[in-house]
Design a protein around this ligand. Sequence first.
Ligand code: FMN
Length: 437
Amino acid sequence: MQTSPFHLGLFLQGSSVQAWGEAWTGRISETWMQPKLFVDVAQALERACFDYVLLEDSSYIGESYGASREIYLHNGIAVPRQDPSVVATLMTAATSRIGIVPTFATFAYPPYLLARLVASLDQVSDGRIGWNMVTGSSDFAARNFGMDKLPEHDLRYDMADEYMALVNQLWDSWEPGAIVADRDSGMLVDHAKVHQIDFEGAYYQSRGPLNSGPCPQGRPVIAQAGGSPRGRQFASRHADTIVASVKGVESMRAYRDDVRKRLVGHGRDPDSCKLLFLVAPIVAETTEDALRLKERRAARVAAQVERKLAFLGKITNIDFAQFDLDAPIGDLTTNGHQQTLDDFKRKAGNRTLREAVAAYNSDGGSVQLVGSPDDVAAQMAEAMQHVGGDGFLFSLPDVSRRTIAEIEDGLVPALQKRGLVRKAYAYPQLRQNLMEF
Ligand SMILES: Cc1cc2nc3c(=O)[nH]c(=O)nc-3n(C[C@H](O)[C@H](O)[C@H](O)COP(=O)(O)O)c2cc1C
């Protein structure tokens, strides 16, 4: 059996109304503007010693489905949502060990602004910030920033390589020890240790140095989810943690082997990047209760086919409303999330669109985890043993204080009992905890 512990993270669908219309979400429609649920989630998962909470983001209202915003607004699908930097700040203020990883897209934040914002977050959190580095996937979002459309998929990653080079230089523009704080001489900062960068790229320019001062972690933790071949090449070059949604333990293992090879190809230690797989565990008191819950969830998906298609259409830019629900899906392509669409097409096979949605949304993520806390702990151990390691990113379809408590007070103690996850943080900073094992 797997002996080394693995890492845990939560994938939170944005600084949005969580699980509108689902049971046990309290007065979410009135309370969503205040951060109390997010703060409670961060504190609960810190008690459970999670590595981080990743705050997903997009900066537009969906309108792919039927060329209308109606289904998105009516059902609260990724809207309304606040800027993740604000919610991330409040989450870090209420915690002291867990990492917080907001998403910022490179097309939306000029590099200097991003470097300064993320450095400031790293400072106020005492070195617990990660940046989920995305290149964007929607022309609707691009139009909110004055562009006609996003650059083509692979070009976005070429531009992002340059963007990373620039922000890394800005974060490095303060040498270690630049802040002298010598009261006798009166020197706060040694000017010889703060450097102009004069970055002149094909896409981005910046003079520097960064005026926010240095990051406590040197550079923030970089999270990335590029899943296409070009995306993986990018992620393995820059990321400290990669989040991936691939289906089945064989694909998970192949993905991890591929990423580790690419890390070595970039001259990196393959253990310097932790790969977390997206899963949606169904945990209940007993195995039977969990199986019943799984059935209820599947029935709910079947009743929400249009909503699920609207969500898929938002991230792939495809108008699924134009297709017959009861006919097989045709050949689809995207300039958005390519890997998501590939997974969907693989799952669909010869199924009708309606059946494909049901199958895609009910398979629990990278690997099926269903049962009592101890069942699920055993399933996670088995998967990790097969894959080789690193960990899981939980994506809960209905985030509420109740579902978070099922993880914190139900599943995590079962994992800890088997020695599969940490019982206490060893370090104060996010990267240190990520690299602990
Ligand atoms: C777990 C996970 C989280 C992601 N979070 C975001 C996000 O918050 N915002 C975003 O625009 N894209 C997000 N993505 C999409 C990725 O950035 C990327 O576009 C996608 O995985 C497809 O990879 P590709 O662009 O290499 O085809 C996420 C993907 C995954 C698997």
